[in-house]
Ligand binder design. Structure first.
Ligand SMILES: Cc1cc2nc3c(=O)[nH]c(=O)nc-3n(C[C@H](O)[C@H](O)[C@H](O)COP(=O)(O)O)c2cc1C
Length: 168
């Protein structure tokens, strides 16, 4: 699938909004992800206002560029929905990757910003959005239309030395 091979972390965005239909498609892609026992623990906060993007950019020292994103999606896990609590990060990771792949397919660029399990980053989001205790922040995905030349492109990472048939 083209989007898998061309997806890159995109951190420079045009000053152009992302259409509402595209944002909804990203969220639909996220919710199509597999999850343990189909528990679908996710909740999503869509952030588009400049002041909120700026505050979000302070979530970690690796998130400065979020203030220039057109939109950011905060991924949260609802602990009250967990039938298999040990699987929550895997479920959320699958949803996050689906967003990035759908974004690539829609001509957008995005990047995953790690939040869990770093307590200070989780706290920043809990304070910012006044989250109830059952909602645990997982990651933030910043998105926008990529600046020319800094968008998605194929980099070959296939390494046959890492592949083992039947035994290692
Ligand atoms: C769990 C996780 C956390 C990440 N956190 C950050 C981050 O905080 N800031 C950032 O700029 N990129 C972050 N990234 C993106 C990686 O740096 C990026 O995926 C990696 O360098 C490979 O580049 P590519 O995405 O273009 O293939 C994160 C990726 C993952 C999977």
């Amino acid at each position: 699938m083209e989007a898998i091979f061309n997806r890159r972390s995109v951190r420079k965005y045009k000053d152009k909004p992302v259409e509402k239909e595209k944002v909804i498609k990203l969220l639909k892609a996220a919710m199509q992800a597999p999850s343990a026992g189909n528990q679908q623990p996710w909740e999503f906060i869509v952030v588009q206002e400049k002041d909120n993007l700026k505050e979000l950019s302070k979530v970690s020292s690796f998130a400065k560029f979020v203030e220039d994103a057109a939109v950011a999606i905060v991924l949260l896990s609802d602990e009250e929905r967990l039938k298999y609590p040990e699987n929550w990060q895997q479920d959320m990771g699958a949803a996050a990757e689906n967003i990035l792949l759908e974004a690539t397919d829609l001509g957008l660029g995005g990047v995953w910003l790690g939040v869990a399990p770093f307590e200070d980053r989780e706290e920043h989001l809990k304070d910012m959005f006044l989250l109830n205790d059952n909602l645990r922040p997982y990651c933030v995905i910043a998105l926008g239309y990529p600046v020319e030349g800094l968008g998605n492109k194929f980099i070959d990472r296939y390494d046959e030395k890492r592949v083992h048939f039947e035994k290692i």
